[in-house]
Design a protein around this ligand. Structure first.
Ligand SMILES: NC(=O)c1ccc[n+]([C@@H]2O[C@H](COP(=O)([O-])OP(=O)(O)OC[C@H]3O[C@@H](n4cnc5c(N)ncnc54)[C@H](O)[C@@H]3O)[C@@H](O)[C@H]2O)c1
Length: 349
């Protein structure tokens, strides 16, 4: 009998009581797939090699996957990240071990772009402070004129990154009548032109924007790309939004800019340290709106990521090249090709 194709889910998909963290992630397609079985790993961060000894595929939430996570038996063929950020995965180690890394841009594109807009509207509309005022009844109503919002028509939205999420932000924001600018060294110029986005250098995004939003990956080149010098270029009336990754921003510098009211405010779904230290001064500021790296978490986001990851691991089971492989070089290796033909022989193409 052919050994089954075994799929692991990282331990952070389950709560301590064993119930799923994200019930909207539909596992039925895995349950129904012939010759497939799946199991949750015990929580371990990073994932440990011995946990993966008997698995062909891993669906990976937020836990790290390092060089040491790779078992020497060479069985694991694919890591399917539940999302698009892969700074938690050692990509070179995957490629060397003949493991494909896939991501789920279709699942996160709309939900993250929407969460950027949610932060834009909450900041410029002074939503949080107006909520607080209302709860103070007459005293709060008396002060409502002190918190005038900022209209968006004709104002400038600048994005650092115009990829999957950055482009969707610009697509969705079209009816707001804003000026659109972006910095992205690898931008698709035609896409930018089609969306009416002017491509500019990095400093210009900070200088010109009324709202600066970050949608680039965390890499050695983008770590602390948003630093004190660049924040100093921003208008005092401008807002800063980061839904990408915390360490892209020098958070100490941002905290100072906010404390000294050198910018109007910030909306952050991501922090340099997650969860933050309870004494982190950013938690005390009234000109920042915070979310626990979860603003894009919706039923539809999880359903989309889950469906894409399951599709990818089942493609590999049948020796088909999965969509959206990050380390495309792996697909050219003899090792990968042998693996795929072995899967086709075992499970059918
Ligand atoms: N908050 C969340 O829950 C959440 C969810 C999904 C994704 N993200 C983050 O958002 C990031 C962007 O996702 P995406 O799907 O749009 O990725 P993507 O790869 O499609 O787009 C990223 C863009 O950034 C550009 N870029 C690279 N280096 C740059 C630099 N130095 N300056 C400016 N632009 C640069 C790339 O050329 C690309 O166009 C991810 O890497 C991830 O870290 C966060």
């Amino acid at each position: 009998m052919t050994a089954r194709y075994r799929v692991a889910l990282s331990g952070d998909f389950r709560k301590p009581d064993g119930s799923p963290v994200y019930p909207d992630f539909d596992l039925e397609p895995l349950r129904r797939a012939p010759d497939v079985e799946f199991a949750y790993l015990e929580p371990a961060n990073p994932v440990k090699a011995e946990q993966l000894a008997d698995f062909d595929a891993l669906i990976l939430l937020a836990h790290r996957f390092t060089r040491e996570t790779i078992h020497p038996n060479g069985r694991l063929a694919v890591v399917a990240r539940f999302g698009v950020g892969y700074d938690t995965v050692d990509v070179d180690a995957c490629t060397e071990a003949g493991i494909a890394l896939v991501i789920t841009p279709d699942g996160v594109r709309r939900p993250v772009a929407v969460s950027i807009i949610a932060l834009m509207l909450a900041l410029t509309g002074k939503l949080v402070i107006k909520d607080k005022l209302t709860r103070q009844a007459a005293a709060g109503f008396a002060r409502r004129g002190d918190h005038m919002g900022v209209g968006l028509v004709g104002r400038t939205l600048g994005s650092i990154g115009i990829g999957n999420i950055g482009a969707e932000l610009f697509r969705l924001i079209q009816p707001f009548g804003m000026r659109l600018i972006a910095h992205d060294p690898y931008a698709d110029r035609k896409l930018a032109a089609d969306l009416g986005v002017e491509l500019v250098d990095l400093e210009e995004v900070f200088r010109r924007s009324d709202i600066v939003s970050v949608s680039c990956p965390l890499t050695p080149q983008t770590r602390h790309l948003v630093n004190g010098e660049r924040l100093a270029l921003m208008k005092p009336t401008a807002y800063f939004i980061n839904t990408a990754r915390g360490p892209i921003v020098d958070q100490k510098a941002l905290t100072m800019a906010l404390q000294e009211r050198r910018i109007a405010g910030a909306g952050l779904d991501v922090l340099e340290q997650e969860p933050p230290d309870p004494d982190d001064p950013i938690l005390q500021l009234d000109n920042v709106i915070l979310a626990p790296h979860a603003l894009c978490w919706t039923d539809q986001c999880f359903a989309g990521n889950g469906a894409a990851d399951i599709r990818a691991v089942l493609d590999v089971q049948h020796g088909r090249e999965p969509n959206l492989v990050v380390n495309k070089a792996v697909l050219q290796t003899e090792r990968w090709r042998r693996r795929m033909s072995d899967f086709r022989a075992r499970f059918g193409a």
